[in-house]
Each structure stands twice: as structure tokens, then as C-alpha cells.
Design a protein around this ligand. Structure first.
Ligand SMILES: *[C@@H]1O[C@H](CO)[C@@H](O)[C@H](O)[C@H]1NC(C)=O
Ligand SMILES: *[C@@H]1O[C@H](CO)[C@@H](O)[C@H](O)[C@H]1NC(C)=O
Ligand SMILES: *[C@@H]1O[C@H](CO)[C@@H](O)[C@H](O)[C@H]1NC(C)=O
Ligand SMILES: *[C@@H]1O[C@H](CO)[C@@H](O)[C@H](O)[C@H]1NC(C)=O
Ligand SMILES: *[C@@H]1O[C@H](CO)[C@@H](O)[C@H](O)[C@H]1NC(C)=O
Ligand SMILES: *[C@@H]1O[C@H](CO)[C@@H](O)[C@H](O)[C@H]1NC(C)=O
Ligand SMILES: *[C@@H]1O[C@H](CO)[C@@H](O)[C@H](O)[C@H]1NC(C)=O
Ligand SMILES: *[C@@H]1O[C@H](CO)[C@@H](O)[C@H](O)[C@H]1NC(C)=O
Length: 450
């Protein structure tokens, strides 16, 4: 009943008139590809690509929508396949989360939308054939779970966070893992935020910044209707336990709408949506929050708030003469997507964007006022991979980046598959497209200075 966008797809094909701010082009080329398995193409659910040398792990739903983990040695072209006893339905919330702890054990959670916790852990390090279904971490607040995320703490601790409850009425839970005893405990004895039975918070973060703080931003949502998002809110913490405002005033947990720090009091139906509020950091390491809201003409505009000497300054990034009219429940397709403000290796700021009418790409960002000043000649995905292969009407391409690491400079792995768009989490009548081939591609970026 809530909202989540499954595909993160930044595609960069520049119109010829585009301004660009440096004399370098970046082209993406395919240097290898390997089939994994045919996968369900009737609706999208997010997968995992996790490279952990010498292995590569892929978690996905197969052609019959069964949760499956494929593993290979990076130097081999054969997959070892493990099918887990989980079949997913039509809900695009049912994505898979998978991560590796410091002892090499894999942890997996997924196929959850207000249902009891689904949790697997391997019995051997770096061996996806040894997953054991535990479905238990602590034993309370595990009946109605959604949005599993594995993350790292201030000292690199292995942490799991999820929502308990439901859209419009939920709390965020944080659990901490003990590597020696293999036992989870609560990181926080209280929920971080409390919707007081009336609303819930949709987060981006916590993300650790160059200042050593974990930054957390959220919007409050009153109901399953996506237009009921409001009040862009913020908190930060050094240890994920004690939380404070941007000027260091400590916050009593759980944080409520009344006690939280509000960056921008965007009202309901104000053009702000959960899933599109992004934490970034500028060239001086200052925290930035990118989001969108409607302007005086009712056009939906991208904004960035930046914390400057304890004050949130807000900047409109560009001028788009178009209103995005969104409402209702279920998984929506985003007409506008914004990336994080990012400091490049050369010290310049960039931000990715995608707009249903005005294209997509990577902006060059003015460090003073955070305006979009032009676009980079940057291609991150080879254009050949963006062409739909299937013939069934409505198929689209999904590209997923690696959540792990590899050891070859300017080279990375991506996953690619095709599905129909989400259907607000409802079943579609047949016929369905034939399963799409899930593949891992090796991509190399070629730089040309001119
Ligand atoms: C880009 O190339 C033009 C023409 O060669 C040159 O005038 C300009 O200084 C270059 N800009 C940068 C940022 O190198
Ligand atoms: C950084 O941005 C400035 C101003 O837009 C531009 O002149 C310069 O070429 C950029 N640096 C690089 C390495 O692209
Ligand atoms: C990268 O890692 C793989 C697997 O561990 C290894 O076989 C390969 O030699 C490494 N390559 C480099 C360039 O270090
Ligand atoms: C994983 O465990 C299985 C069962 O114990 C074993 O047969 C297999 O060789 C192991 N694979 C790896 C990569 O260690
Ligand atoms: C499930 O809900 C019941 C009733 O609220 C509670 O007693 C129990 O601890 C919950 N179990 C889990 C695993 O969260
Ligand atoms: C903005 O446009 C939407 C959709 O057309 C409309 O429902 C809404 O009332 C408008 N809001 C304002 C403040 O004009
Ligand atoms: C860019 O920044 C300037 C100065 O802060 C501002 O006046 C202008 O409106 C901004 N441009 C856009 C498109 O928002
Ligand atoms: C990005 O823009 C290109 C055309 O410039 C278009 O073909 C593609 O569908 C767009 N991608 C997204 C995700 O909007």
C-alpha cells in the first residue's frame, strides 16, 4: 500500500544543444557479458548484484518468481544456483536485500510487505549454497515488516534496519549484529521516529558524511496516498543512538512531527514525494538534501537545501515548466528523479536527474547556488544495453549497479533485465511476456579529452 521505486536507471544521451562544462567525454562500452537465468518479466522487483572477490553473487526472482541466488568464481563462467523456498507475488515492494558480514557470511532478507520477517543467513562464509532460513532476529516487532536494508555503523558494525507497521502508521527499527555470537540485538531501545498512529516517515539514509555524522532525512506521509507527503525533516547522529538537530540540539526518541527539525515545511499535495529526497555532500563536505516541490505556477521544481553555518539555505536548481500530478497508493513510476549532489574527483559538483519531458543526464552544479549550469558528456551505460530486446508491448530495461567491489580500474559490473512496469502492486491479466534473460555485463568507461 505504499510506494517505492524499483529501478534506478540513469541514462545519459545528450540532445545536441546541451551545454557542457568541460572538454572530456565519457563513453561506456561492454567488454563482457554472461547470462545468469531467464527471469519473470510481468512486473519489476529489485534484485541484488554483489561482487566480493573472488566471488560474484546475484539474488533474483527466477522465471517462476522463485527467490534464487547464483554464485560464481569471477574467473569462471559457470553459476552455482540455490533456489530458496520463497515465491513472490505482484508486489514491487518485495525486493531482495543481501550483504556480507566481516566474517564472510551472507545475510538475506526480502519478499516483505507488512508480513513476518523473512531472513536467511549462510552456514558457511562466501557460500550461497548454505543459506538457512531463520526468519528471526530478536522476536518482537517482526510480524509486520517492510523495507529491509543492511548497512554499516560508525565502527563498521553490521546493522539491519526495516519498517514495522505500515504506510501511514509505521516505525523504523535498527538491529545490531554480534559477529562472535551470531546474535542480533536492538541498536535502539526505542523507535527512531513515531508517527503517533497517524503517519509514518519515509527516509533517505542514515548516510555517513565527511563530517563523521550519519545524516538522515525524511518526509512524513499521512496515508497510503502518495500526495499526502509533507514536511522535509532532518536529524543527525555520530553513533546512530543519540540523535540531534543540525545545530546540535539533542532530540528525544522517538522523534515526532512536533519535535523534529523541519528543513522545508512543504504541505500535503505540495509536490514532494517519498523516495525522491536525496542526501549528498558538497565540495566543502556540507550536507545537501535534494527534493522537489511545486512552485507558484504549480510546476514541479527540483530544489536543494544545504546546511550553511547552521542554517538551511534552499536553492531552486532549474526551471521546468511542467507539473507532475501524482496521487494514490501502490508503486508509482517516477516522472521526475533526482540524484544526490556529488563531489567529483576534480572537485566539481554534479547531480543526476531524469525527467519524463526534459530528458535525463548528469548536471554540472554551480557550487555557490547549486543551480544546474549544464550537462556533462557522460555516458554511464552503453546505449546498446538501453534498447529493449523483447517484443512484448510495454517492456522496459532495468539496470542495477553492483553493491560490491571489484579490482579493475574504470571497470564495473551491472545487471540487466527487462520487465513490464509496476502495476501498482496489483496482478495483471495474462498474457505475460516470455521471461527475460538476466545478464551480468562488464562495463568499461573510456575517457576522451578534446
Ligand atoms: C575546452 O576547449 C576549448 C577549445 O579548445 C578551450 O578554449 C577551453 O579552454 C577548454 N576548456 C577547458 C575547461 O579545458
Ligand atoms: C570544473 O568546473 C569549472 C566551472 O564550471 C570548469 O571550468 C572546469 O573545467 C571543471 N573542471 C573539470 C576538471 O571539469
Ligand atoms: C582481481 O581479483 C581476482 C579474483 O580474486 C584475481 O583473480 C585477479 O588476479 C585480480 N586482478 C587484479 C588486477 O588484481
Ligand atoms: C558450498 O558448500 C557446499 C556444501 O557444503 C559445498 O559442496 C561447496 O563446495 C561449497 N562451495 C563453496 C564455493 O565453498
Ligand atoms: C507478534 O505479535 C504478537 C502480538 O502483538 C507479539 O506478542 C509477538 O511478540 C510478535 N512476534 C514477533 C516475532 O514480532
Ligand atoms: C496543481 O495542479 C493540480 C493538477 O492539475 C491541481 O489538482 C491542483 O489543484 C493545482 N494546485 C494549485 C495550488 O494550483
Ligand atoms: C540560480 O541561482 C540564482 C542565484 O542564487 C537564482 O537567482 C536563480 O533563480 C537560480 N536559477 C534557477 C533556475 O533556479
Ligand atoms: C533518457 O533520455 C533518453 C533520450 O534522451 C530516452 O531514450 C530514455 O528513455 C530516457 N530514460 C529515462 C529513464 O527517462
Amino acid at each position: 500500500m505504499c510506494l517505492l521505486v524499483v529501478t534506478v536507471l540513469f541514462i545519459v544521451i545528450l540532445p545536441t544543444s546541451t551545454l557542457f562544462t568541460n572538454n572530456r567525454t565519457e563513453h561506456a562500452i561492454v567488454i563482457d557479458s554472461l547470462d545468469i537465468a531467464p527471469v519473470w518479466a510481468g512486473h519489476p522487483v529489485n534484485f541484488v548484484l554483489l561482487t566480493h572477490l573472488p566471488y560474484q553473487f546475484i539474488a533474483y526472482y527466477d522465471a517462476t518468481r522463485q527467490m534464487t541466488i547464483s554464485q560464481r568464481n569471477i574467473n569462471e563462467r559457470i553459476w552455482t544456483i540455490n533456489k530458496l523456498p520463497i515465491i513472490t507475488g505482484w508486489d514491487s515492494h518485495n525486493y531482495i536485500a543481501m550483504a556480507i558480514d566481516d566474517d564472510g557470511y551472507l545475510h538475506l532478507s526480502g519478499n516483505m510487505h507488512v508480513v513476518p520477517l523473512i531472513y536467511f543467513r549462510t552456514a558457511q562464509p562466501l557460500n550461497a549454497s548454505t543459506f538457512v532460513q531463520l526468519n528471526y532476529m530478536i522476536g518482537t516487532d517482526e510480524n509486520r515488516t517492510t523495507y529491509p536494508i543492511f548497512m554499516r555503523g560508525p565502527g563498521n558494525e553490521f546493522i539491519f534496519t526495516y519498517r514495522t507497521g505500515m504506510s501511514g502508521n509505521g516505525n523504523q527499527i535498527y538491529n545490531l549484529y554480534n559477529l562472535k555470537t551470531k546474535i542480533w540485538k536492538r541498536l535502539l531501545d526505542k523507535p527512531l521516529t513515531n508517527g503517533e498512529g497517524k503517519r509514518n516517515a519515509y527516509f533517505d539514509g542514515p548516510i555517513k558524511g565527511p563530517d563523521g555524522y550519519f545524516h538522515l532525512v525524511w518526509v512524513w506521509r499521512e496515508s497510503p496516498d502518495a500526495s499526502s507527503n509533507h514536511d522535509l525533516s532532518y536529524a543527525r547522529s555520530k553513533d546512530l543512538i543519540s540523535w540531534e538537530t543540525s545545530i546540535g540540539k539533542s532530540l528525544i526518541l522517538p522523534i515526532t512531527l512536533e519535535t523534529c527539525e523541519i528543513i522545508d515545511p512543504v504541505p500535503q499535495k505540495g509536490g514532494m514525494i517519498n523516495g525522491n529526497t536525496k542526501i549528498g555532500f558538497d565540495h566543502q563536505g556540507r550536507v545537501t538534501i535534494s527534493y522537489h516541490k511545486n512552485d507558484a505556477n504549480n510546476y514541479t521544481q527540483p530544489w536543494t537545501a544545504r546546511l550553511e553555518n547552521g542554517i538551511w539555505q534552499k536553492y531552486q536548481i532549474t526551471n521546468w515548466p511542467w507539473h507532475w500530478d501524482f496521487s494514490g497508493g501502490g508503486t508509482l513510476t517516477f516522472a521526475i528523479s533526482l540524484g544526490r549532489v556529488t563531489k567529483e574527483n576534480d572537485g566539481n559538483l554534479t547531480q543526476t536527474f531524469s525527467h519524463i519531458k526534459f530528458g535525463n543526464g548528469t548536471w554540472s552544479i554551480n557550487p555557490e547556488n547549486l543551480n544546474a549550469t549544464g550537462q556533462l558528456q557522460r555516458e554511464t551505460i552503453p546505449p546498446s544495453l538501453l534498447k529493449v530486446e523483447g517484443t512484448f508491448p510495454g517492456l522496459g530495461v532495468h539496470i542495477l549497479e553492483d553493491s560490491g567491489h571489484n579490482n579493475i580500474t574504470d571497470t564495473r559490473y551491472i545487471l540487466r533485465w527487462e520487465t513490464l512496469s509496476s502495476n501498482r502492486d496489483e496482478p495483471r491479466p495474462p498474457p505475460y511476456p516470455t521471461p527475460s534473460m538476466l545478464r551480468v555485463y562488464t562495463i568499461k568507461i573510456i575517457y576522451t579529452d578534446f
